[in-house]
Design a protein. Structure first.
Length: 429
């Protein structure tokens, strides 16, 4: 079954870049920090670039979902806005961007929500990130009928994919990959100490994987000490503030960092001093954040093994082969659900006509019902009034369609006759 694109003037488009189209150096330039997201949404609307906008910004992607009731293509203006907002050269940005419209825009979001477009196939964290982006747009009043329906639909599809397939059956995540890499370097983790910087979902997953793999000593550093204490308590670790990191860094064999900071949390001089105190025992560091938490030059130090999210890709590829068959099943679900959403989008074109038709029918019904009641009031039998109402209502409602069909037949317009047969479910004789 093929569905046509909406015939009314509505733009539904996605502009974005992700881990497959842009290196981390570009992704961190155009990321939207959580504390600036609502400002960006409002600024976009203030520029009158679309009626609706949702912005998704994670370590692996930045995407703008836009909807407008217009047939004007303002792609260049939207890309210009993204470039200006992040003070990133336009041409440098363009070569990493992708654009999806209508059906492909719908398909892309459903794949993203289901974890099929992630570095880690089937990873569940992206769904929570989409819901956060949805809430931010809703609270900023940049979410309308089209994108509101689309995102709600994507949440339901993601749930169906996870319920009906084995896409999430194996423990694969950036955090899992980081811990697996640490095991490759250190072997048994029981005698190692880990410093986790941040207290969000990714760090919590890393803490859980480290604990499950035998790590006994854990330090959690966070800007808000209460959140660090809450996470540390669960895994028998202890909490410190970000400012206290230099005092404890030398204790850490493993450092995993994922904060929302827009500046580096860990600088090269601090790490250099820690290595000196450790007497050059190796230190394994994973920077999952975008923008990066750890100054890239730290990787140049001897005895430091620094990995970014992009470097984890090889480990991730090895871990996700078991999900490939489930991904094929998920794609079939998504194909069906794309058609359902486009069908709903197409149906919006008929709403005005349906409302006009109902209003016309209600007006005729009201006029004839008033006459029938008056007949009864004037002494006519109720049965006669009912017969009059039924006969006249039927003739009045059918008069215009029948007249138009006769004229269509006279003019040789068989398309209208075939449409009427389909519309009223009439047998074709």
């Amino acid at each position: 079954m093929q569905l046509t694109l909406p015939v009314f003037s509505t733009q539904l488009v996605v502009f974005g870049l992700n881990h497959t189209t842009a290196p981390i150096e570009i992704r961190e330039r155009v990321s939207f920090s959580p504390d600036r997201l609502k400002h960006a949404l409002q600024d976009f609307i203030n520029h009158k670039l679309a009626q609706e906008i949702v912005i998704i910004s994670t370590c692996n992607r930045t995407e703008l979902y836009c909807s407008s009731e217009t047939d004007r293509d303002n792609s260049n203006e939207i890309i210009e806005w993204l470039s200006d907002y992040h003070t990133t050269p336009n041409q440098s940005l363009r070569k990493h961007l992708y654009t999806y419209r209508y059906t492909e825009a719908v398909r892309h979001l459903l794949r993203v929500a289901s974890g099929l477009d992630s570095m880690i196939l089937g990873e569940p964290q992206i769904l929570g990130q989409l819901k956060s982006a949805y809430r931010a747009a809703k609270e900023t009043n940049t979410l309308g009928k089209i994108l509101g329906k689309l995102f709600q639909h994507s949440f339901l599809v993601a749930k169906q994919v996870r319920t009906d397939t084995a896409i999430s059956s194996s423990p694969v995540s950036v955090a899992f990959a980081a811990v697996r890499l640490a095991q490759q370097i250190f072997g048994d983790l029981q005698e190692n100490t880990a410093l986790l910087i941040g207290a969000g979902e990714t760090i919590e997953l890393a803490a859980r994987h480290l604990h499950e793999n035998g790590l006994r000593r854990m330090i959690v550093a966070n800007r808000t000490i209460e959140r660090a204490r809450h996470l540390a308590k669960e895994f028998a670790g202890y909490a410190i503030t970000l400012e206290e990191i230099p005092d404890h860094l030398a204790e850490a064999d493993i450092v995993i960092s994922s904060t929302a900071s827009t500046t580096h949390v860990l600088m090269q001089p601090t790490v250099k001093q820690a290595i000196k105190i450790r007497k050059h025992r190796p230190m394994f560091m994973v920077d999952i954040a975008v923008p990066r938490d750890i100054e890239p030059s730290v990787g140049e130090l001897a005895d430091v093994y620094l990995y970014s999210v992009d470097d984890l890709n090889e480990v991730i590829q090895e871990s996700m082969r078991s999900r490939q068959q489930a991904a094929h099943q998920a794609e079939e679900i998504i194909d069906t659900q794309v058609m359902h959403f486009i069908g709903w989008l197409n149906s919006l074109n008929a709403i005005t006509t349906i409302c006009d038709l109902r209003e016309q029918a209600q007006q005729i019904r009201h006029e004839l019902a008033t006459k029938a009641k008056r007949m009864v009031e004037n002494g006519k039998p109720a049965s006669e009034a009912i017969d009059y109402l039924a006969h006249t209502l039927t003739n009045t409602l059918l008069h215009t369609p029948c007249t138009q069909l006769r004229q269509a037949s006279y003019n040789g317009n068989n398309d209208l006759i075939l449409a009427a047969q389909q519309l009223f479910l009439l047998a074709d004789e």
